[in-house]
Design a protein around this ligand. Structure first.
Ligand SMILES: [Cu+2]
Length: 116
């Protein structure tokens, strides 16, 4: 079985030398694939301002959302192959779910951004 494009993308991102990243952009991006009606990982830890990049690897729609007093979003319909980037601006513990597949759950723990 050949590697999927998303695996290659992850490998490329991980392999990117830190020196190439622009100094002004401190935010990091974590990729979470959606496959077989689930998030491929169930838990991510990030820092406030970081981005979680959701990739729909299924052949049908997802619609992901978080609904917390501290942070909420709704992707609307996310088509197969579509990538939805979500920036988490505030610290806290959040649950990302799918409006179409109620068993899908990703826990996102956001720690405070380091002081400048
Ligand atoms: Cu879904």
């Amino acid at each position: 079985m050949s590697a999927r494009p998303t695996d290659l993308l992850c490998a490329m991102l991980v392999g990117l030398p830190a020196a190439l990243a622009p100094a002004a952009i401190l935010a990091e991006t974590v990729t979470v694939n959606q496959k077989d009606r689930r998030f491929e990982i169930q838990h991510v830890e990030i820092v406030a301002g970081d981005i979680v990049s959701f990739t729909n690897d299924d052949r049908f729609l997802h619609q992901i959302y978080a609904n917390s007093p501290r942070f909420s979003f709704d992707s609307a319909e996310q088509f197969p192959g579509e990538v939805v980037d979500v920036r988490f601006p505030r610290e806290g513990a959040f649950e990302v779910r799918c409006g179409i597949h109620p068993k899908m759950l990703l826990k996102v723990e956001v720690s405070p951004a380091p002081e400048e």
